[in-house]
Design a protein. Structure first.
Length: 197
């Protein structure tokens, strides 16, 4: 593990580094799922590198905390997670996550990575509540949020357009107590699944 901030069973989170820009840009440009961020986005490795290495504006606490998601077994970058729009007075923020390709989906990496991010947010930063936005057609992400303790908090109608059709965006929220219950249930299910029969 390299520069790990928080460590899980199979994954760990570390600060993003300039060398992460190339695989992240490649993943965004070649995204196969049409409902993630409205499909493929033009992405520049230089743009991502600048975003990763540029100093935060101002002199106050950061408004964004983002991490690379890496496998413990081989240190391979499999995605990224972030806390956005940090409000240090009200102790709130918005979470975001992205796995870098279909080869990393369906293995529980997204759930484990988000649980690590929520642990960091609630236990290390002392946040009170978090939100997350999902584009309405993205049922997979909405289901993943439910596994992490989020609950539906609202709908913004006709917020985004793709292919000339407006779609709704859904907002979810989670409090620490709801996340702890979901995390403990997830850990129990994971442990039960790994017991030989």
């Amino acid at each position: 593990m390299r520069n790990a901030t928080i460590v899980g069973e199979r994954l760990y989170l570390r600060p993003l580094e300039a060398e992460d820009a190339e695989p992240i840009a490649r993943a965004f440009a070649s995204e196969t799922e049409t409902f993630f961020d409205r499909g493929r986005l033009p992405a520049s490795p230089l743009g991502f590198a600048h975003a990763i290495t540029a100093p935060a504006p101002g002199h106050g606490p950061p408004e964004v905390v983002d991490f690379a998601v890496c496998r413990r077994a081989d240190d391979r970058l499999v995605g990224s997670v972030a806390i956005l729009d940090l409000d240090w007075v009200n102790r709130t923020g918005e979470t975001a996550s992205h796995l870098l390709g279909p080869e990393f989906r369906g293995q529980g990496y997204g759930t484990e990575a988000k649980h690590l991010l929520l642990e960091y947010a609630f236990d290390r930063l002392g946040l009170h509540a978090l939100t997350s936005w999902v584009w309405e057609p993205n049922a997979r992400s909405a289901a993943a949020l439910a596994k992490q303790g989020y609950r539906p908090a609202g709908r913004v109608r006709w917020r985004d357009i793709k292919g000339g059709v407006y779609r709704d965006s859904l907002i979810f929220d989670v409090l620490r107590a709801d996340w702890v219950a979901a995390r403990d249930a997830w850990r129990a299910a994971t442990a039960a699944a790994s017991v030989p029969r």
